[in-house]
Design a protein around this ligand. Structure first.
Ligand SMILES: [Zn+2]
Length: 325
């Protein structure tokens, strides 16, 4: 049976977003709530179920293809299990079974970076592109590889962690426990730390001013805002971040030869300097013949995760039913 809607859920460290989505990507109804991140896994599952009920109210069960849930976690997609989750207490929690037991719909879970990439590939910046790389710059640095029209998941579904490419051997500590990974230089905490360090010099006054004169209160957003106002120290921080991203992407481009690199996430979409510097690095250092890769900003913004999770639910439904798009 050809269904009309799917529900997409995007679970983030601070909020959970949900949407009732039509096949062509139109968001018919939206709802969101703060993530109850200190109340244990069941509170998170309860919040997800509450949002599913809210957005699907008024639809018939037969009209809904299923529920797609994007989680900020490493997911074994084949087993549909949560292998590792740093920001929320979901490691080892059978989210899919818990939701399925209370909602009479098919449920599929995936990594949030994969969901965003699926969203961009179906409805956004990478529409119609079979080979692309997605990088999300936010609190963490995430990503996904889309190869030959499908998200590449690796042998256990854990592939695509671009944020944990080593860019400096023995470098800065990464939130994952590793050293010198991309996220250690580009995540919100890293940009904020660079802003605070700059505020200690005579040139960083503009960034500190945005934080009310309190250098210890500087966030990544202050750095981005100062750069937008032309502050030199802030521009330099973002240029450096873009150079580091570009260096990591040179390797990715050389290995995979993607047509497009889509940069999303709150920081990625707000700081064109990062994108421009990364593009220049690729242009200078990638192997000949691969440099025509384009770096573009994601188009779906905060909706990418919800739309991608819904697209995944449609895809799983159609595979089960033997339907072809
Ligand atoms: Zn790491």
């Amino acid at each position: 049976m050809r269904t009309t809607y799917a529900v997409g859920i995007d679970v983030g460290g601070t909020r959970i977003a949900a949407g009732l989505v039509e096949r062509k990507g139109r968001l018919v109804k939206e709802a969101r709530t703060l993530t109850p991140h200190t109340d244990g896994p069941f509170a998170i599952v309860d919040a997800v179920i509450g949002l599913i009920n809210e957005v699907s109210a008024g639809t018939q069960p037969a009209e809904v293809a299923g529920i797609g849930i994007g989680l900020p976690a490493q997911i074994d997609f084949l087993k549909q299990s949560v292998e590792f989750c740093t920001n929320l207490p979901l490691t080892g929690v059978d989210v899919r079974a818990l939701v399925t037991s209370r909602i009479r719909q098919d449920v599929v879970i995936d990594n949030d970076g994969h969901c965003a990439a699926i969203g961009e590939s179906r409805f956004g910046a990478a529409k119609g592109v079979r080979d692309f790389v997605m990088v999300t710059l936010g609190t963490g640095v995430g990503g996904a590889l889309f190869l030959d029209g499908q998200p590449y998941r690796g042998s256990r579904g854990l592939g695509g962690e671009i944020g944990h490419i080593v860019v400096r051997i023995g470098g800065a500590p990464c939130p994952c426990g590793g050293e010198g990974h991309l996220e250690a230089y580009l995540g919100r905490p890293a940009l904020a730390a660079a802003g605070r360090a700059a505020a200690g010099s005579y040139r960083g006054g503009g960034i500190a001013k945005l934080a009310g004169g309190d250098a210890s209160a500087i966030t990544a957003e202050h750095v981005v805002e100062a750069a937008r106002a032309g502050d030199e120290a802030a521009l330099e921080i973002l240029a450096d971040a873009g150079d580091v991203l570009g260096e990591a992407l040179v390797g990715v481009v050389n290995v995979l030869n993607p047509r497009l690199i889509v940069v999303g996430g709150g920081i990625g979409e707000a700081a064109p300097e990062i994108l421009n510097h990364a593009a220049a690095r690729i242009d200078e250092h990638a192997l000949a013949g691969r440099r025509d890769v384009k770096l573009v900003r994601a188009e779906l913004g905060n909706d990418a995760g919800v739309l991608g999770a819904a697209a995944l639910a449609f895809q799983e439904h159609d595979t089960r039913e033997g339907l072809h798009r």
